[in-house]
Design a protein around this ligand. Structure first.
Ligand code: ZN
Ligand code: ZN
Length: 383
């Protein structure tokens, strides 16, 4: 039964372009479903913050406005679902959204809000998942619609469910991933108290300089980490998961094995945390790298030619994912393409894009859990 509903939802989300047009009830159905899921997850994070809330988001939970926001999202979901039911012959999206709205109302009635926010460093970040998806989705979906390279690639392209699941997992596990990633830096910080004079000098530099230095240092570490993950066969099996994506868009970059996420972040953030950069510089960089990771995978034309030697653009990173032979083991950097020039791995044929994406022969299986196990299984040659 549940499988049938899931399949019906999927089929309608993936409906052909002609049946998704404005006025067909598809947009309202899709938005109703998103809003109802967002409302339900935010409600759960509000009612059980000790289980489902990222402690850094305590601020939004402590405001009475949060209840109002959740209620508004649910009302909007309900109204959009009604529009879907009126306009569309296939009413699965509207019905599903209304079911979730009623489930939320029931939970809201049965469980009282906590008197006080209860922080828990091991809780799942339901609230962060919603916020993260809305922030990236609201920014990049319209950008891809307006400036998309492949204008006929739909939002619900093939493999969207896998990539969304990766996005979900890395968002809800945000606290544990951050804890693990920060551990090496924290260890170094604790054992290097004598560097405090040096750290003071670093923190006193102009802000722009600090951000540029962080970009350079993290990209240098990232470049070599990334290159090793391509060149050492055992590590490649983890990274092959990221490269198994055959479609590129704002969601595709989420596909990354959790072992690689923790390893990559744990190493790349060492220079930013242990050298003494001030908090403002760190915050700016974190925002920048957060947007950049989505940007470089996005289905976006980016035609500012003169910038291309200096910063990584979607085309540069798309070549890193290209299916062509020439695209194997090139373009490792994520900020500065000249690092690849320096180390001999730069590949950027003028004005061209790869013909396709993924790994030749597509050795990585589909689905999150199969991909999770893939690096640990007996190997067949993948590249
Ligand atoms: Zn790679
Ligand atoms: Zn990538």
């Amino acid at each position: 039964m549940i499988n049938k509903i899931r399949l019906a939802i999927r089929n309608d989300l993936e409906a052909s372009a002609e049946t998704r047009q404005f006025g067909s009830g598809w947009i309202s159905g899709f938005l109703a479903l998103v809003a109802s899921i967002a409302g339900l997850l935010l409600l759960l994070s509000q009612r059980y913050p000790q289980w489902f809330s990222m402690k850094e988001l305590a601020l939004i939970h402590n405001q009475t406005i949060f209840s109002f926001v959740i209620q508004s999202i649910l009302v909007i979901a309900f109204l959009l679902a009604l529009i879907n039911l009126v306009l569309r012959r296939n009413k699965i999206l509207g019905f599903s959204a209304i079911t979730l709205v009623f489930a939320s109302l029931l939970i809201g009635q049965l469980i009282d809000p906590q008197e006080q926010y209860i922080a828990n460093a091991y809780a799942l970040g339901f609230d962060w998942f919603v916020l993260n998806l809305l922030l990236t989705g609201l920014l990049f979906i319209p950008l891809e619609k307006l400036f998309g390279r492949l204008t006929d690639q739909p939002l619900f392209r093939s493999e969207w469910r896998e990539d969304l699941f990766y996005f979900l997992i890395s968002s809800v596990l945000v606290q544990i991933i951050s804890f693990l990633s920060l551990s090496p830096s924290m260890f170094i910080l604790e054992t290097t108290g004598s560097w405090s004079g040096f750290r003071l000098l670093v923190a006193e530099q102009p802000l722009v300089l600090q951000v540029l230095e962080i970009m350079l240092l993290t990209d240098f570490v990232q470049y070599w980490f990334h290159r090793l993950f391509h060149e050492i066969p055992f590590l490649w099996r983890f990274h092959a998961v990221h490269h198994s994506a055959q479609k590129m868009d704002w969601l595709a970059g989420s596909r990354m094995h959790i072992v690689e996420i923790v390893g990559l972040r744990g190493l790349t953030i060492i220079p930013m945390f242990v050298l003494g950069f001030n908090q403002q510089a760190l915050s700016i960089y974190i925002l920048l790298v957060y947007l950049n990771a989505t940007f470089v995978h996005a289905n976006l034309r980016f035609n500012v030619e003169w910038l291309k030697p200096f910063i990584v653009t979607p085309r540069f990173h798309h070549w890193h994912h290209g299916i062509e032979k020439e695209a194997i083991n090139v373009n490792y950097s994520i900020h500065f393409p000249w690092l690849d020039k320096l180390f001999g791995t730069y590949y950027m044929p003028p004005h061209q894009w790869p013909k396709g994406y993924g790994i030749g022969g597509h050795p990585v299986p589909n689905g999150y859990w199969k991909q999770f196990l893939y690096p640990f299984q007996k190997k067949k040659k993948t590249k």
